[in-house]
Write a protein that binds this ligand. Structure first.
Ligand SMILES: Cc1cc2nc3c(=O)[nH]c(=O)nc-3n(C[C@H](O)[C@H](O)[C@H](O)COP(=O)(O)O)c2cc1C
Length: 182
């Protein structure tokens, strides 16, 4: 589909084992168009609380690993639930570690949302990520409201979204934007 392989790094805003946000990211992994691959970050829950005193030479190794994965990626996918009308603390903590570094500015980003609710967190994510100079590709936004559904209903919705091209379509638009802007 695209000229060169595109590597996407997916960040999940929920640490829950049965997270619907992560399930959506896993479904996107299976729906990748040719030439596109997705790795899901498993470091967010292991990051220490952000402290500007621990930047530079004192940066914790796990933060360096996280930042190195972000640097390698051609684009990021974020799937994040709403907690108390905002961004979950653990996820905001991960973003805070990236604010003063040089990995994220102008990095293309796709938002994938797993709930029919959560418009407040989508607005806050947009504000925060744009403040960090990430490039949110609006055209690639994808919403599949599996949150609150039974396991079977989630599986059926995800399968349908794979079969009707909803997932691959969003990824294709995202990959195309990356390919043409590189
Ligand atoms: C502490 C907490 C606060 C929440 N606050 C909100 C909220 O303000 N608005 C909302 O729509 N959902 C809220 N929810 C519901 C979650 O956004 C919803 O369950 C979401 O699907 C969880 O994502 P996950 O399945 O990826 O973990 C809250 C859930 C928790 C645990």
């Amino acid at each position: 589909m695209t000229q060169r392989p595109i590597f996407l790094y997916a960040l999940c805003g929920s640490q829950r084992q049965a997270s619907t946000s992560r399930r959506l990211l896993q479904a996107l992994q299976l729906a990748c168009p040719d030439g596109v691959s997705i790795a899901i970050c498993d470091l967010i829950g292991a990051l220490p609380t952000f402290n500007p005193d621990d930047e530079g030479e004192r940066t914790p190794p796990v933060v360096e690993r996280f930042a190195a994965e972000i640097r390698k990626a051609d684009g990021l996918i974020v799937s994040c639930p709403e907690y108390a009308h905002g961004i979950p603390g653990g996820f905001k903590n991960a973003l805070d570690w990236l604010v003063s570094r040089d990995e994220v500015p102008f990095k293309p980003l796709m938002l994938a949302h797993a709930s029919h609710r959560g418009d407040l967190v989508l607005a806050q994510l947009t504000e925060v990520l744009q403040t960090m100079s990430l490039h949110i590709v609006a055209d690639a936004f994808l919403r599949l409201p599996i949150a609150g559904k039974s396991d079977e209903a989630q599986a059926a919705m995800l399968l349908e979204a794979r079969e009707n091209g909803l997932l691959s379509g969003g990824l294709s638009r995202f990959a195309q934007t990356i390919a043409t802007s590189a």
